[in-house]
Design a protein around this ligand. Sequence first.
Ligand code: DX5
Ligand code: ZN
Length: 221
Amino acid sequence: MKTEILPSLLAADPGTLADEIRRVAASGADALHLDVMDGHFVPNLSFSPDTAALCRRVLPEGFPINTHLMITNPGDYAVRFVGKGSTTIQFHLELDVNVRALAAEIHASGARVGLVINPDTPVERALQYADCADEVLCMTVFPGYGGQAFIADVLPKVERLRARFHWLDIMVDGGVNAETAVLAAKAGANQFVAGSYLFAAEDMAAAVAGLRSRIDGVRGV
Ligand code: DX5
Ligand code: ZN
């Protein structure tokens, strides 16, 4: 699996959002990570389908938009996000949804499927459904806010998933920086979301390149 670095738009300056999206496109990152919060599944609100449309308009053609739905009713919105330009839809396994049916619906709409587990959700939940997904995201913070500290206790879950699913894209999200990315890469992750670390960088392209070389050094790719 390819190493992928995904800046999280949650950490962008909302006053210059279009420019921030262009900064992601020019940074050498592999995709943009779009966090969608409903104030119910998580205690915060963030982006909407309109933001996905803005990203689609501003990003170069084909640039992936990885959309992390932190919402109680992902089935009501998943296909709508795909219609606006999202290329991967991620939804949480803490929810009472028909995982296989929703994954099939997302695939039928032409997008990739990501399954997400919170730091306190057992890895078994992801192991049970990983066969119907393209990627599994192990949250390394409790979702809702950027800028939190990386929870290293999550990493054994990454190891378990990697041991069983060699082909699977495995992502970490939350508190990722040059040090914690190395820990996650050692555990078997190949996709790395970073918000505050990358947007705080004066030169995002240099930060992405630095992160990638540290990760690839560990992964031996
Ligand atoms: C947290 C979000 C993350 C967040 C990561 O709820 O899912 O994507 O933007 O931000 P950092 O990298 O600052 O922890
Ligand atoms: Zn996220």
